[in-house]
Design a protein around this ligand. Structure first.
Ligand SMILES: Nc1ncnc2c1ncn2[C@@H]1O[C@H](COP(=O)(O)OP(=O)(O)OP(=O)(O)O)[C@@H](O)[C@H]1O
Length: 311
């Protein structure tokens, strides 16, 4: 069953068309990643699906509730954590969580129990009594997600959950996401990190120019672009030129003394390339195998580098 479904979803700000007819299907208990360059409209999509703003056209249903006709129904089944943490820095971790349990009318005892459970689950037991001013970025993000989970949402929107976190905190966050999914929660993730989508997502949609330009499993998306290649480096221009003649259709870089040759990186393919070079008597100095990753897909389909990786 679909946890989230949209049909021809549209949104403009003035003259700026942000979402130009978006169709999405997210299966229950899966991770769906919405990827797109800076300003593509990812946050706008999350805001519509979480009932923070209205769409101009089309329809969307979340957890079986229509976002326009039954926004309260949607709010009852979702949790949202934004790019900018909603935690209050003047309070302790426990006090922040208490705000949420009170908001959800859990009652004192049930609230205390839930707070202890969440602090344990997010590795914040010792930090719970401390003010947030002493928390690292990763700890704040974990607390933010813990606060979202107070209401036990079935569907969680994570808007760039690991932006600005160090690698270790990112991995901790990924583990938490995987655990939630194993418990049946559906995660709708926006991210600027392709490796994050690759790691976590069952399906990925690529948003560009207001439209979904590609959608599929990470493996399917990688198959959309030409296969990998090997880069061969030679000692001098003569060797480069002989190798270029021997290996038809190879792209060469005279400055770097390298040749790029199409290859899936398999032993058989490498052996064939090296055999051809042997026959011409050319020595290879260095060999690198390049298999396509989501960066390549992103670049090939949107024509721009992902945000955060632009230099
Ligand atoms: N309230 C608003 N008023 C006017 N324009 C807006 C508003 N909110 C967003 N926009 C514009 O809509 C476009 C999409 O913004 P959005 O925040 O959804 O993109 P995004 O894909 O989430 O980008 P980022 O990765 O930078 O967060 C941007 O051009 C943005 O400037």
């Amino acid at each position: 069953m679909s946890a989230i479904s949209t049909t021809d979803l549209r949104k403009s700000y003035g003259d700026k068309l942000v979402l130009d007819g978006i169709d999405l299907e997210v299966e229950e208990g899966t991770v769906f990643a919405l990827l797109g360059p800076n300003g593509a409209g990812k946050t706008t999509a999350v805001q519509i699906l979480s009932t923070l703003i209205n769409a101009d056209g089309g329809s969307a249903s979340v957890g079986g509730h229509d976002v326009a006709a039954d926004p309260n129904g949607v709010r009852g089944v979702i949790g949202v954590t934004g790019q900018f943490s909603a935690v209050d820095n003047l309070l302790t971790g426990e006090e922040n969580l208490r705000l949420m349990t009170d908001l959800r009318h859990l009652g004192k005892d049930a609230g205390t129990e839930r707070i202890a459970e969440l602090l344990g689950q997010f590795d914040l037991v010792e930090a719970g009594a401390k003010h947030l001013a002493t928390y690292s970025g990763g700890m704040k993000r974990r607390l933010d997600l813990a606060m979202t989970l107070v209401g036990s949402p079935k569907i969680i929107f994570l808007d760039e959950p690991t932006t600005g976190l160090d690698p270790r905190s990112r991995h901790t966050m990924w583990q938490i996401v995987r655990k939630l999914v194993s418990e049946g929660v559906t995660i709708f993730l926006t991210t600027q990190y392709l490796d994050e989508a690759d790691e976590l997502a069952d399906r990925i949609a690529l948003l560009d120019g207001g439209k979904i330009v590609a959608e599929g499993t990470p493996a399917e998306l990688k198959r959309l672009i030409p296969g990998g290649h090997v880069t061969l480096q030679f000692a001098d221009a003569d060797a480069l030129s002989s190798a270029g003649n021997a290996l038809n259709a190879a792209t060469s870089d005279a400055d770097a003394l390298t040749l790029d040759v199409e290859s899936d990186g398999s032993v058989r393919s490498l052996r064939s390339i090296l055999d051809q070079l042997d026959e011409t008597g050319v020595e290879v100095e260095n060999l690198t195998i390049n298999t396509p990753d989501l960066d390549d897909v992103f670049f090939a389909l949107t024509g721009s580098a992902p945000k955060g990786e632009q230099s």
